[in-house]
Design a protein around this ligand. Sequence first.
Ligand code: NDP
Ligand code: 8X3
Length: 255
Amino acid sequence: TTFNEKPTAFITGATSGIGLATAKIFAANKINLVICGRRKKRLNELKKELSRHTKVFILEFDVRDKNTVFEAIASLPEEFSNIDILINNAGNAHGLDSIEEGSLDDWEAMLDINVKGLLYVSKAIMPGMIKKKSGHIINIGSIAGKEVYPMGNVYCASKYAVDAINQGMRIDLNKYGIRVGAINPGLVETEFSKVRFKGDDGRAEATYKGYKPLQPEDIADVIHFMVTRPSHVNIADLLILPTAQASATIVNKEL
Ligand code: NDP
Ligand code: 8X3
């Protein structure tokens, strides 16, 4: 690895899905962790579990709440404040509606969390990386940020924005030697569809039926691979799909 013996990673959305799987693989590989999310109970349980392997600190905040984001990150104790790796993962789709039927609340949630929240967290963490002229930022985009699909509209817009921010960060942080890269997954079996369909578990489960979707560990493995490349190697942009998926809308399902 390119880091000091014990790098520190800051993971948003560590309470579930891809972020949770990433926290686990990082912990198993002795990367110190700052784990973030809104669900405190899950963060506490995860801290208990992962502290057997590595040092873990919890930050509970909603990425939408600008002041809380900056206060939380400023409050990190010294041993966790030197962040080497930022995983911008927190995010979700809210709803799957034709544009004329979309809800303003859903639109705001997606833009506030997936785009503005990612920017707030990054704004708070970049100065430390700039100061030491090293660091690695991984942005979790989506196939929805490469391809617009029916009823994806605003979720796709939020992930196209992540794609642009990922490129913009890489360009502007280039002079500081900070690595910036994105992973754009296709269908991953997480709580993503439960959130998108607002607790309609039947609809959520149907999303992953009839084929083998990616598991959050599949993405976490690649994230770990990215952060363990030598320091002259930056994996800039990846599209990762389940074998059964060929595009945002083409999935080979056996039903
Ligand atoms: P999950 O719903 O399982 O996890 C989402 C995570 O984001 C949770 O830990 C949640 O924590 C956190 N989060 C959501 N809203 C907020 C908020 N307002 N403030 C702070 N944290 C928040 O979904 P995934 O693991 O699938 O999603 C992770 C990322 O992967 C997202 O950016 C998603 O868009 C992207 N993605 C997912 C795909 C999929 O098919 N699953 C495919 C492509 C991309 P808490 O609720 O505790 O706050
Ligand atoms: C999640 C992938 O295609 O279900 O970002 O929107 S998709």
